[in-house]
Design a protein around this ligand. Structure first.
Ligand SMILES: [Zn+2]
Ligand SMILES: [Zn+2]
Length: 173
């Protein structure tokens, strides 16, 4: 398959995976995301930021499926490529995702340490749908209870609380 065709197919599989994810159909999201990954790996190889995006998205699906070891494997691969590139915001997103893996495991100290790797100015807002770019240390609000997750604003903290409250413990970090 020609490279452009493969990338076109892969971006279609990515968007299908997002659609199934929104519907809560995680097995189909995984299947389409895996196809996107395979197409990228074959067409452009493991050092491309496009491949890294497919890995990152697959990691996000595995977090939703509570398959934390699989999530960690793909998020670490994505993070490595993204950190080596100039895609600063994408790297901060993969760090935030990796921190969430540790949050789900109940290790809030490690979650905080991973988020803090983005300091002083490359930390993602803990609200997944936040439109802000990466945050500077002095702009950060942290969760006052566990002190292990950071937000750009009170509204973003409120949005993420639905998710974060399952893991938050007082002064865990
Ligand atoms: Zn935000
Ligand atoms: Zn908290």
């Amino acid at each position: 398959m020609a490279v452009t065709t493969a990338l076109h197919e892969s971006s279609y599989m990515n968007s299908q995976a997002f659609k199934f994810r929104e519907e809560g159909n995680y097995p189909e999201a995984e299947r389409h995301q895996l196809l996107a990954v395979q197409l990228c790996e074959r067409a452009i190889g493991p050092n491309s930021t496009t491949t890294a995006t497919s890995w990152n998205n697959l990691g996000e699906v595995y977090i939703l499926m509570d398959r934390l070891d699989d999530a960690e494997k793909y998020l670490r691969k994505a993070l490595k490529v993204r950190e080596a590139s100039n895609e600063v915001f994408d790297a901060s997103v993969s760090r935030e995702n990796l921190a969430r893996v540790y949050e789900c495991r109940g290790d809030l100290q490690e979650a905080r340490a991973i988020r803090w790797l983005g300091a002083p100015d490359k930390i993602a807002c803990g609200n997944y749908k936040c439109i802000r770019e990466t945050l500077k240390r002095k702009e950060l609000m942290k969760c006052g209870n566990c002190k292990s997750i950071f937000y750009c604003s009170a509204p973003c903290q409120k949005v993420d609380w639905k998710r974060h409250k399952k893991y938050c413990r007082k002064d865990a970090a």
